[in-house]
Design a protein around this ligand. Structure first.
Ligand SMILES: *[C@@H]1O[C@H](CO)[C@@H](O)[C@H](O)[C@H]1NC(C)=O
Ligand SMILES: *[C@@H]1O[C@H](CO)[C@@H](O)[C@H](O)[C@H]1NC(C)=O
Ligand SMILES: *[C@@H]1O[C@H](CO)[C@@H](O)[C@H](O)[C@H]1NC(C)=O
Ligand SMILES: *[C@@H]1O[C@H](CO)[C@@H](O)[C@H](O)[C@H]1NC(C)=O
Ligand SMILES: *[C@@H]1O[C@H](CO)[C@@H](O)[C@H](O)[C@H]1NC(C)=O
Ligand SMILES: *[C@@H]1O[C@H](CO)[C@@H](O)[C@H](O)[C@H]1NC(C)=O
Length: 422
């Protein structure tokens, strides 16, 4: 389900302390008090919730008013690559989720009633876009999408005839077909998904997950093929504006989920949970994020570190979601970490330039690169991690919500974190 929040946007990057550079025991060195976000201007006034970082240099973001931006220089500059929507009114289009594989190939999801739920794809860096899916079911409302590799993806809609609706692509978003709902577990009355951060559907390690709300508790559906689904209660509080907003797995077993009530940004308790059995059961966190959280992303799978963000702050866990530590009180909507060494890349190809399973430290970019990108990408990136979030920059800065956005960061600023692992 879509919902309106406040209105301006930013992308931020997480700064990690230099003191951990090269240190073998990052967990003992890294404290939540060492973490901070750094905002940088993108000179665009839309609110971005769709976030697809490819590397520390390339990232796509998508947002309100049919807007898509891409950076190829780590956020120093952004190019507006929004699909042409005329003669329709671009103001009506909210691109709440984006998936991208490199600087050329991206797929963006527009949420909304009826034919406002659409998917657009580009294969030429946004020079041309094709509407590859236009919803024609009255009941459907698409919330989010996920891909397990360059080809296979699912987009998820609020229930149609009592079951979450899925459309599937096998060609990287160029064509979509409705998935039979025969294998889908039934939704409860009033159950729906949140189009908050593009992470209400997740693909990881060959498995799929859907996060729901509208019912108490929020639930998490799970599947080993994207077609046959079972469902488990989460421990996360649900309600009209509450439930599970984001679910992420770092392998086939270990997952985290966050949520809460978006109308109570400071509401604490029962807003985070973890699983160690592939989502068959969920355990309440021991200590919670300090408010409603709309997005979560694993940072560092071996060390079980993850970051959660929401309208009232950001939190980090170092123990796979059992305990959370707040490190910032700014307003953010979505978070994605780029980690070439993560377990996720064994099933999700982040970019053809960084093939599955490779770690950035051993990865060498090909010499021939897309002409639409800056040459700053053509260098080997040593042991880096980049973390970016979309945000309401205006609230972040305690200023009126207009005219502010921010951007990404240079990979070198994260060098310490990854270096410590290897
Ligand atoms: C939305 O986009 C259109 C077309 O680019 C532009 O004319 C309009 O000013 C934008 N609206 C806002 C609120 O930014
Ligand atoms: C586009 O939609 C917005 C909001 O619904 C409205 O204010 C604006 O007048 C519309 N513009 C056009 C050209 O229809
Ligand atoms: C979407 O629906 C509107 C209103 O029914 C219609 O005018 C428009 O042509 C439709 N657009 C597409 C792409 O189907
Ligand atoms: C899930 O939660 C609902 C509401 O509290 C409860 O009725 C149901 O029995 C629970 N299901 C399981 C399998 O625990
Ligand atoms: C949440 O807490 C912050 C900081 O104490 C406060 O400024 C804000 O008004 C609170 N928001 C709500 C909706 O209570
Ligand atoms: C957020 O944190 C900053 C820096 O610690 C502090 O100055 C500010 O008062 C905090 N704002 C709220 C609303 O708690």
């Amino acid at each position: 389900m879509g919902f309106a929040l406040s209105l301006c946007s930013a992308v931020a990057v997480l700064l990690l302390p230099q003191t951990v550079v090269g240190h073998p025991n990052v967990d003992h060195q890294l404290r939540s008090s060492d973490l901070s976000w750094k905002l940088r201007p993108t000179h665009n006034t839309q609110q971005f919730r769709g976030l697809a970082p490819i590397s520390s240099e390339i990232a796509w973001v998508s947002g309100t008013n049919g807007t898509v931006l891409r950076t190829c220089d780590g956020g120093t500059s952004w190019t507006d690559l929004s699909p042409p929507l005329s003669p329709e009114n671009a103001t009506n289009f909210e691109f709440r989720d984006i998936q991208a594989w490199n600087s050329k190939h991206a797929v963006v999801l527009s949420i909304g009633e009826g034919n406002l739920s659409r998917i657009f794809a580009t294969h030429d860096g946004g020079n041309s876009w094709e509407a590859t899916f236009v919803n024609d079911e009255e009941e459907a409302f698409y919330d989010c999408m996920a891909f397990e590799n360059k080809r296979h993806g699912l987009a998820m809609s609020d229930p149609v005839n009592g079951k979450f609706r899925l459309v599937e692509t096998w060609d990287g978003g160029s064509s979509w077909a409705i998935v039979s709902d025969a294998g889908m577990a039934a939704a409860l009355k009033g159950e729906f998904g949140f189009a908050a951060s593009g992470t209400c559907i997740e693909a990881a390690a060959g498995r799929w997950y859907i996060a729901s709300g509208g019912v108490d508790p929020g639930r998490i559906f799970f599947s080993s093929d994207g077609h046959d689904w079972d469902v488990a209660n989460s421990s996360i509080v649900g309600g009209e504006a509450a439930g599970v907003f984001s679910v992420r797995f770092r392998d086939a077993k270990h997952g985290i989920a966050v949520g809460g009530d978006y109308t109570k940004p400071n509401g604490t308790g029962d807003n985070a949970a973890w699983s160690q059995d592939g989502g068959r059961s969920w355990v309440k966190s021991k200590s919670f994020p300090s408010g409603y959280r709309s997005g979560v992303s694993w940072i560092h799978v071996e060390k079980q570190a993850a970051v959660a963000v929401g309208t009232s702050g950001s939190d980090v866990t170092f123990d796979g979601g059992k305990s959370w530590h707040t490190f910032d009180n700014g307003t953010f909507d979505a978070v994605e970490c780029v980690d070439g060494a993560s377990t996720r890349t064994t099933s999700i190809t982040l970019s053809p330039m960084a093939p599955s399973g490779q770690i950035f430290s051993t990865w060498r970019p090909p010499t021939a690169l897309s002409s639409s990108c800056h040459s700053s990408f053509v260098r080997s990136i040593p042991d880096t991690i980049a973390i970016i979030v979309t945000s309401n920059a205006a609230l972040q800065n305690g200023q009126p919500a207009s005219g502010k956005t921010s951007s990404l960061i240079k990979s070198t600023e994260y060098a310490g974190f990854m270096a410590s692992r290897i």
